[in-house]
Design a protein around this ligand. Structure first.
Ligand code: UD1
Ligand code: MG
Length: 379
């Protein structure tokens, strides 16, 4: 009931109409362009299909199509939507966000072509986040959750994070708002690195990269629609203009990437998707809510830490395909996919992806519950 009234809003109608077009364009363009990628040696082997998969060449880096379509759509929407509902104050920041997503798309494509080593991959989001970090002139404060207010107030060295609150409150040792200053940019950078890499490493079975992105983006859209009447309408409107075509183009890609994959998304897509989600979360000022939608990615990240940092990290950490049963089994690598297989037992690739989608949807629903119910206890 919070969402329905917005569906007659002209801004939403235009955004949805043009996004449907961008879905159709993406879905039609991918089969047209995939042979070009194979010709350019941009293809991969489907690793979960056994001997049969070794013979096939699946076009890689097809994220370039939804990525490019998304950039064009957002540019068009900005012209159309902002002429109806002007909100100029934030345009520059959001354009910087667009720039960061574009830059990430380019660097992701470069990574696919050059096959960079794992440690260099971490540098890419840092470079791509630069436009966002430099153009940002918004809030650099955070609201301190209730249980931490007096704890933070009693830590002496935090004084230099000049607190923008009235001095009586500070004198009583209770801090409600912290001015992070330059640290806020560090926080934005960490968001960009986290989002792009965690989506990229929760991967390896057909449909997973695009599927998780699609579900998270839908959750972001619902959050924006709920908040559209709130105090921060402008931020959520911008986020919406970015996220609706993002959902559309991701869905266009998913049509071809779902099991059995006709195309692979490539790091082109995973990095671009992570950066775009980070951009809307940061500029829309709902990054904590966004992090709640990333619960499966957090889990996979925590499970992966030993292998990423301390143990030997193989090139691929995907489940093991059993040629006889045609099912996937745990490969004992440290990933969420293997953890799920350890619990459920062997499963087909398609079912495993469906289970992962279910986990992602439940996580987002839980995220909403925390955001709109539990958070009242903390803020
Ligand atoms: C990340 C993971 C790696 C995982 C890979 C799969 C880490 C540190 N890295 O590496 O463990 O194996 O993603 O994407 O966790 N592929 C399939 N089926 C799919 C998707 C991909 O077989 O549904 C294979 C294809 O051979 C494809 C390749 O994975 O060519 C793409 O791998 P890439 O995205 O380049 O791997 P990374 O992102 O480096
Ligand atoms: Mg990848």
């Amino acid at each position: 009931y919070l969402i329905l009234p917005h569906l007659s809003d002209p801004v939403i109608i235009i955004t949805v109409a043009i996004s449907i077009l961008s879905f159709v364009i993406t879905a039609l363009l991918i089969p047209q362009t995939k042979d070009l990628n194979i010709k350019a040696n941009l293809f991969g082997r489907d690793l979960n299909k056994g001997e049969q998969g070794k013979k096939m060449q699946v076009p890689e880096s097809m994220g370039i199509v939804p990525g490019t379509t998304w950039v064009v759509t957002v540019c068009l929407l900005q012209v159309l939507v902002l002429s109806i509902s002007p909100s100029n104050a934030k345009t520059m920041e959001w354009n910087a966000g667009l720039f960061s997503s574009c830059f990430m798309l380019f660097l992701g494509f470069a990574d696919d072509v050059l096959e960079l080593r794992w440690r260099y991959k971490l540098i890419l989001p840092c470079l791509a986040a630069l436009p966002l970090l430099t153009a940002y002139h918004g809030l650099t404060t955070i609201v301190v959750p209730k249980p931490f207010r007096s704890i933070i107030g009693s830590i002496p060295f935090l004084d230099w994070l000049s607190v923008t609150d009235n001095s009586d409150v500070i004198a009583s040792g209770v801090i409600t708002i912290l001015e992070l200053g330059i640290l806020y940019r560090v926080y934005m950078l960490l968001m960009a690195i986290f989002c792009s890499n965690t989506i990229n490493i929760l991967a390896g079975i057909n449909g997973l990269e695009a599927g998780q992105t699609f579900v998270i983006a839908c959750a972001v859209l619902v959050h924006n629609l709920i908040e559209l009447d709130g105090e921060f309408r402008d931020s959520h409107l911008f986020s919406l203009i970015y996220i609706v075509p993002f959902i559309a183009t991701t869905l266009g890609l998913l049509c071809h990437n779902w099991y059995p994959s006709q195309v692979f998304v490539g790091d082109t897509f995973t990095y671009f998707a992570g950066m775009t989600l980070a951009v809307v979360g940061v500029l829309g000022h709902f990054s904590k809510t966004l992090m709640l939608f990333f619960i499966p990615q957090w889990l996979n990240f925590f499970i992966s830490v030993p292998q990423l940092l301390f143990l030997h990290c193989p090139r691929h950490r995907i489940p093991k395909y059993n040629e006889k049963t045609k099912l996937l089994e745990s490969s004992k690598n440290f990933t969420l996919l293997n953890a799920v297989l350890e619990i459920t037992g062997p499963m087909s690739e398609e079912n495993l992806c469906k289970v992962m989608m279910a986990i992602q949807i439940v996580s987002c629903a839980f995220g909403f519950y925390v955001r709109y119910h539990l958070s009242k206890l903390f803020y």
